[in-house]
Design a protein around this ligand. Sequence first.
Ligand code: FES
Length: 146
Amino acid sequence: MNRREFAKQTCIGCLNGGLLSAILAGCQSTHYVSGIIESKGLSIPKSEFTYFKKEKPFARQFIIVNHGKLEFPIYLYRISDNEYSALWMKCTHQGSELQAAGDHLYCSSHGSEFDKKGNVNQGPAETNLRSFPVSVNDDEIIIDLT
Ligand code: FES
């Protein structure tokens, strides 16, 4: 098999610039933060969503908040600069910790999947994820843990 035949069979040949950059964007490493627990909630600097590549700023799609006082991490997804969703990364099926995969979460125990707003995409889980209210100001994102 030559290189052209291999590319056709593996679909490498069908990757155009837009699709390839979307795939590569999904490959960026997961960013973990701990945040600071304050009276108003768990505070995360907005700047945690920014990363630089060749000195150009880019926005992360999500970060994982992993504070030592929390039993499970929180998946913090950026919908826009002033809108975020915060989801408890505990599977509603049998309580396993979820894994983040871009704009969705999955459970490696039995295969449940949840979307970026915590809705069940695929069972066996039947209940949506716990979500937390989020408020935003100029510099920080505040997750209400109550
Ligand atoms: S514990 Fe997550 S699917 Fe069963």
